[in-house]
Design a binder for this molecule. Structure first.
Ligand SMILES: NC(=O)c1ccc[n+]([C@@H]2O[C@H](COP(=O)([O-])OP(=O)(O)OC[C@H]3O[C@@H](n4cnc5c(N)ncnc54)[C@H](OP(=O)(O)O)[C@@H]3O)[C@@H](O)[C@H]2O)c1
Length: 197
């Protein structure tokens, strides 16, 4: 299959791209600074990317920036920033990408464990992850032409050592294992699922 991975220079997107390539897929690696550049906060940029690459069998989005702050310090702008940087960015991949996918294609988004387990400073991220996971359940029911949609929702990655102190007692997951969840989403039959790991 030919697969677009957005966020491919990142930890999660890189793991997804590597796992898909190891499975035998042709992977187009895009990100904000890649040669295959896209800014998910700019709908025109997403449209231009899909026009540039032509048809792909599946799309993976592994992007999302959110502010981490104590609940009492989170401002309305912080919540807006979490929404724009993680939720709207990935919703636009679905909205703009869907017409470019062939029948039976798929979209896989990235959320995270904060949708189901709290940490200190994680409220805005939890909001973003939960919104996307609810969206995936509903969108799967309405996507046309046998298109599928899932989310991969990892705990903190083993390699993301800078975050480990914020996740006390959590058992990190290796990037390679997270990558395999994207292979399952792209090559499996599931839709409307959240792959939690
Ligand atoms: N790391 C973890 O432990 C972990 C755990 C659970 C969930 N997650 C989630 O996984 C997602 C990716 O996290 P990560 O740790 O892989 O982050 P990362 O290593 O910082 O990588 C982020 C990726 O997103 C790209 N990107 C950033 N802003 C973009 C934009 N506006 N448009 C297009 N691409 C953009 C970056 O591209 P450039 O390099 O070109 O700027 C990079 O490829 C996030 O939603 C995060 O919440 C991460």
């Amino acid at each position: 299959m030919k697969i677009l991975v957005i966020g491919a220079t990142g930890l999660v997107g890189g793991a997804a791209a590597d796992a898909l390539e190891a499975f035998g897929d042709e992977v187009l690696r895009a990100s904000k600074s890649s040669e295959l550049a896209v800014d998910l906060t700019e709908p025109e940029s997403i449209q231009a990317l899909f026009e540039r690459i032509g048809s792909v069998d599946a799309v993976v989005s592994a992007v999302g920036s959110v502010p981490f702050k104590p609940l009492a310090d989170l401002t309305a702008d912080d919540y807006r920033s979490a929404y724009l940087g993680k939720v709207a960015a990935q919703l636009d991949v679905v909205r703009i990408g869907t017409p470019h996918l062939p029948d039976g294609g798929s979209i896989t988004l990235t959320t995270g464990i904060l949708a189901r387990e709290p940490i200190r400073t994680g409220a805005a991220a939890a909001m973003a992850n939960g919104a996307l996971e609810s969206f995936v359940i509903s969108a799967a029911a309405e996507l046309p032409r046998g298109l599928r949609i899932n989310a991969v929702s990892p705990t903190v990655l083993t390699e993301a050592t800078g975050y480990h102190s914020s996740f006390p007692g959590f058992v990190p997951v290796p990037a390679a294992e997270v990558g395999r969840a994207f292979v399952k989403s792209v090559h499996g039959v599931q839709t409307g699922q959240v792959f939690a790991l």
